[in-house]
Design a protein around this ligand. Sequence first.
Ligand code: UN1
Length: 507
Amino acid sequence: PLVIGPLQARLAELAETPWRAEPTFLGEEEGETAPITMPHDLTSTVGTRRDATEQEVDAAFARAELIQPGWDALGGEKRALLLEEAAKLFEDHTDEFLSLCQREAGKTLLDGVAEVREAVDFLRYYASEARRQFEHPLTLPGPTGEENTLCMHGRGVFATISPWNFPLAIFTGMASAALAAGNAVIAKPAEQTPLIAALAVKLCHEAGIPPEALQLLPGAGEVGQLITADPRLAGVAFTGSTETARLINQALAGRDGPIATLIAETGGQNAMIVDSSALPEQVVRDVLASAFQSAGQRCSALRVLYLQDDVADEMLEMIRGGFEALHVGDPALLSTDVGPVIDPDAQAALERHVARRQQNDRTVWRLDLDPSTAKGCFVAPTIIELDSILDLKRENFGPVLHVVRYAAEDLGQVIADINATGYGLTLGLHSRIAATRRFVQARAKVGNFYVNRNQIGAIVESQPFGGEGLSGTGPKAGGPHYLARFATERVTCIDTTAAGGNASLLA
Ligand code: UN1
């Protein structure tokens, strides 16, 4: 296998580290602990998660409430400097993050590098946005003798509830946005990946962000429920399943206290449309990357490939050629394209889905798994033919691609069907016909539309990311409007003529 000597040696050394994730401030009672196992080898543990107790959640809110006004009063510039310092520390600790991405999250080396890059990009971008939007009041137009200004402030205590599929990038993205906007943050990482989050939080504290302003509360759903039930909460930033977003929304609606903001980035039923003008080599490359990179565990990933019928057989043959060359296995090896899925539950759900389709007599191609994968949560990459995207009732979060054939004159119906799923996250199009691009662009209700390229890997600032409908609330992460949703606006209106003209009254 391919190796990079010094890096592999360092990663081997780091594999000996016993990692632990625990609440930033420990209470008197000891909370439950759980081992964190490696997705690609369930017999090995990476570290332990010590869950937050009810009393620790309560105390975290009290501390957060106390520090938030001061954190907000620091202003955009000072907060930006702290986030930028954290970005530097993240870069310095890339090796540790890579080790954890591999061992805790089952990520390939290349996916691990992308995680660190994206987390650093988020920190720097939201720092620059804090400077732009939170340092100086905006002067608004008004009649002579009146001074109108608008200031942005943090809303209060914000919770971030983050997913395991981007355990560093999205964890950092949501938390740094909330911090940049002047909120105190209570961060609950996914139960599967708290160790990466713990390292990120530790580095943020080393950078000078006060521990009371960014508190980690590890745990499973029960900890999330305690957090979202708390009346002191001003908002939640959530990335994960549509079902969980609904539960959070209900919890927020049911509490006393401020009307809380919910920023949710949820699932997708993402399609790619390939017409007969597309370049086949490009299609093969982009389909494989979109469907199988990160073992298909991205909410942006391609789930349903629409192939125009007159080129479908030829395209499928070529796609299968590339598909059969995919290497599935140990994420530590550079030769691996597809690593494990996150846990046995995810694996079982995907296997059930494939088995159902096989029973329905659909054409199914599956790769054979190497015996070395037996100890882990591996799902063989799979391609399944379907009649319509509407045959799928739910998002299948893994390395399973569906293919549907369509006739050129039915393109309008194809888009109507994609819209009818209710999701609206990513859509790919491979076509060299400009009129087709305009046709699809005008009709598709999606957040991110990718033309003649793959449909994953949105870049912070260049490609703000997020969907609509069942896919989320917006605004887009890594975009110019994101921080505003974490903030409240205060407008001050001063009658300058009154103050000047009636000076004697004020004396
Ligand atoms: C997600 O999987 O939750 O475009 C988001 C991408 C990533 C975002 C994925 N930047 O693939």
